[in-house]
Design a protein around this ligand. Sequence first.
Ligand code: SAH
Length: 213
Amino acid sequence: MRDTTKHQGLRNQLASILEAKGITDKSILNAVRNIPRHLFIDSSFEEHAYQDKAFPIAANQTISHPYTVAFQSQVLDIKKGEKILEIGTGSGYQTAVLLELKTMVYTIERQHELFKKTSVFLPKIGYRPKRFIFGDGYKGFPQQSPYDKIIVTAGAPFVPKALLAQLRVGGKLLIPVGEGEQVMTLFIRKSLKEFEKHELGDFRFVPMLKEKN
Ligand code: SAH
């Protein structure tokens, strides 16, 4: 596993592509320039690592498009020191972006194989979330709630109430909702009982599933 100046050059190009697509947040573009995405995917796809593409990882799952990761991070308007819950650790690439933004991340994965692989890999390359959780994202992680931000990186057939309940007032939940195709949906908690809802366009994610395996 190596990181070279060639990889660095490709990352700079990827950051420019994302900028052209509307990612303006400098700290997110810097995260893309810093994170060795080629180490997150199977080495047979290595040459594609810095194109704006999704790729297979273990357990029939995918690493999201860099644009999707950057878009979700930008919409959440993440600030240094915030406490974030991530549903769908997957390869850990989105987790690494959140950590580059100097946040405290709790990340949940339901596939044991991915949970195991990523919880060893990420710290090895210097990215340390507060906690890797093997569990069901529909339930969130109430032990550490409330969260400033909650990000869901799998397509949810409906909005889990538990996730809304674990947001602090003023906090934001970003979740792709729908089966097949999803509408990126942002909820802002206005008060204990009120949420503002914004729909932010169509995306395609792997489905958010119930029950662990
Ligand atoms: N953020 C990841 C995206 C991975 S794809 C990355 O950048 O690589 C979505 C991930 O969500 C998959 O790893 C899948 O196993 C996981 N997932 C699906 N349903 C889930 C659930 N109910 N709870 C937690 N994780 C779930």
